[in-house]
Unconditional design. Structure first.
Length: 339
């Protein structure tokens, strides 16, 4: 008998840590964790299987199909925005071809066991592309259907994968003589910048915020790579995990779209520095903008409109700007570095 499981790719990443722990304590199925690097031992304790491998390895994916009955996939594996700009061809292979492989796997699993397979996909505000700061200031909160003209390979990859997921869910093989649904239930969240108190950032262009916070907590000077006025939305890691779980749990009939914005707070880099100095008065934070990276941040919205998520599946962040620091980031990061 194949074991009913959920599959989490990119399990070693920032989101994977919290998601695995939550699913192990609250989920209906056991967890199979997949990552390019060996799964951390503390994560392995929560999983029925830990697999080191590549989502581009079709033989590996076929092995998963033969051994497990997969009911949901949290597809976290990706090459992030800054790194993707240095190797756009590799980013396309990982971010697009890897996602296509998992959509096909979800389809095969749904056809085999007769139940829909949810594929939960973390997308990004990198899917947006605003032409200049004047437009960014003018348009305000941006809806999912607006300004979908990304300027980075990562943003292009995410936007295309959203369309692939929508295709598999609603239009798969629509000209077949005997058409049948694919069985894939694709659901995506366009995340803002994410800030974790326990894991360090790993190659995102929004990482100036978590880098600033971790440096202050360690007592190290930090030169921020965007200017003081740079502004994009952010969210704490616990809220990001909450969003993924809430969307995964939502009744399919409640969903009016396949891709959702989620928001929490939207400080400028200067406001982040001020908040850091309130909690770490000795922090040394300066601004030395890296113009190409700063320019990318400037194409992303200052705020997103997450009304559909709030209406369709009750999205509500636990942490606003003030409580993100006082209730989560400062106490957790301080404790983390005391160890």
């Amino acid at each position: 008998m194949r074991k009913p499981v959920i599959l989490i790719t990119g399990a070693n990443g920032e989101i994977g840590h919290g998601l695995i722990e939550y699913c192990a304590n609250h989920g209906q199925h056991e967890i199979v964790a997949l990552d390019l690097k060996p799964i951390e031992a503390k994560l392995g304790d929560y999983c029925v299987a830990c697999i080191q491998g590549d989502i581009l390895d079709e033989n590996l994916l076929q092995r998963l199909v033969s051994e497990y009955e997969i009911h949901a996939i949290f597809h976290l594996a990706a090459l992030l925005s800054t790194r993707a700009e240095y190797t756009p061809d590799i980013a396309h292979k990982v971010n697009v071809n890897g996602t296509l492989n998992l959509l096909q796997l979800a389809h095969e699993q749904a056809r085999w066991h007769g139940n829909p397979v949810k594929l939960i996909f973390p997308s990004s505000i990198a899917a947006y592309g605003l032409p200049d700061l004047a437009t960014k200031a003018k348009v305000g909160r941006i809806k999912e259907c607006e300004w979908n003209v990304p300027t980075t390979m990562y943003g292009c990859n995410k936007l295309y994968c959203e369309h692939l997921g929508r295709y598999f869910t609603k239009h798969f093989r629509q000209l077949a003589a005997e058409w049948a649904p694919s069985g894939v239930d694709f659901r995506a969240i366009r995340f803002p910048g994410l800030i974790s108190a326990v894991t360090m950032p790993a190659g995102g262009t929004s990482d100036f915020a978590p880098e600033m916070i971790h440096a202050a907590a360690k007592g190290e000077p930090y030169a921020c790579f965007v200017d003081e006025n740079a502004q994009i939305p952010f969210m704490t890691m616990p809220d990001a995990i909450k969003a993924l779980i809430d969307l995964a749990k939502a009744d399919a009939e409640q969903l009016t779209q396949r891709v959702y914005n989620v928001g929490a707070f939207s400080p400028t880099a200067g406001e982040l520095r001020e908040m850091m100095l309130r909690h770490f008065p000795k922090a040394e934070i300066t601004f030395e903008p890296d113009r190409p990276r700063n320019a990318i941040v400037d194409t992303w919205p200052a705020e997103v409109d997450d009304t559909p998520a709030r209406n369709d599946w009750g999205w509500q962040p636990d942490h606003d700007f003030e409580h993100a620091f006082s209730d989560y980031l400062v106490p957790r990061i301080s404790e983390f570095y005391k160890k």
